[in-house]
Write a protein that binds this ligand. Structure first.
Ligand code: FES
Length: 163
């Protein structure tokens, strides 16, 4: 376990409501919350490992595996759902070949749900690498993913240095 992980945990452990800030900082530092840190976090906050797992799985922002190069988030809250977000999600899953909370086998794209991006009046909304896009159609989504390296039919373009 990296020493910096222990320092982060220790910094927050003595604080009221320190669990969420600790988890956020771990994710910010490592890009995800490694499962090997669940035990030390539980111990530091004097709670069970199951409780730590519960918090991590409750918040969609936390992940226990490293994300792909590009992170696509599709809003699944009510306004977007009523404007075609489910169709958009189904299309994303089809062309990426992975479901929510998953990463493509080549580690290029991670697909995640999000629950409101503040763009409800322009739904359905998504973010690609934290850049928001509104009123997105399946065709526009495919074009955006194409600009990030996904080729028609879901084939991912090779970059220099890749076999
Ligand atoms: S419901 Fe999707 S942006 Fe608000």
């Amino acid at each position: 376990m990296p020493a910096s992980a222990l320092e982060i945990i220790k910094q927050h452990a003595g604080r009221e409501g320190g669990l969420l800030p600790a988890l956020h900082e771990l994710q910010h530092t490592f890009g995800h919350i490694p499962t090997e840190l669940v035990g030390p976090v539980a111990q530091a906050f004097n709670i069970s490992r199951a409780e730590v797992h519960g918090v991590i799985s409750f918040y969609p922002d936390f992940r226990t595996e490293p994300a792909g190069t590009h992170v696509l988030r599709i809003c699944r809250a009510e306004a977007c759902q009523s404007m075609g977000a489910e169709e958009l999600a189904a299309h994303a899953m089809k062309i990426l070949g992975c479901g929510f909370h998953s990463t493509t086998p080549d580690a290029r794209f991670t697909l995640e749900p999000v629950y409101c991006l503040g763009l409800c009046a322009q739904s359905p909304a998504i973010t690609l690498d934290d850049q928001p896009y509104a009123r997105v159609t399946p065709q526009q989504l495919e074009a955006l993913l194409g600009s990030a390296g996904l080729q028609p039919g879901g084939q991912v373009a090779k970059t220099e240095g890749q076999p």
